[in-house]
Design a protein around this ligand. Structure first.
Ligand SMILES: [Cu+2]
Length: 122
């Protein structure tokens, strides 16, 4: 049993690094776009989108900021024309090229709803 202690210690180290190695990918996702140029920002917090409705012009973009503790949310267009990944932090930016009203929800919590009103540019 004299030699078992170092082996056990080595196994412990391997075991711990193994656990660290298989940790999930962080849910922080900066999903493209430049939030500093977004024309509107929607905060995803307290199980809702705030403000619920934003207005922009065609060609402008909206950034959603995920900030609801451990609760994962996403941004999914009702017509699936755009969708973010689920995230607990970070941001998602989407550019709207065409005028129209885009309703969206969180696919994880479908009662969370919002809308982007895109007016014609110029
Ligand atoms: Cu959600």
């Amino acid at each position: 049993m004299r030699f078992s202690k170092p082996i056990a210690a080595a196994m412990l180290v391997v075991g711990l690094s193994g656990i660290a190695g298989c940790s999930e990918k962080p849910l922080t996702t900066d999903q493209g776009g430049d939030p500093s140029t977004a024309s509107a920002t929607v905060v995803v917090k307290n199980m809702k989108f705030t403000p619920k409705k934003v207005s922009i012009k065609a060609g402008q973009s909206v950034t959603w900021k995920f900030d609801d503790g451990d609760i994962r949310h996403d941004v999914t267009a009702d017509d699936k024309s755009f969708a973010s990944k689920a995230a607990v932090s970070g941001h998602y930016t989407h550019k709207f090229a065409k005028a129209g009203t885009y309703r969206y929800n969180c696919s994880i919590h479908p009662s969370m709803r919002g809308a982007v009103v895109v007016k014609p540019s110029g």
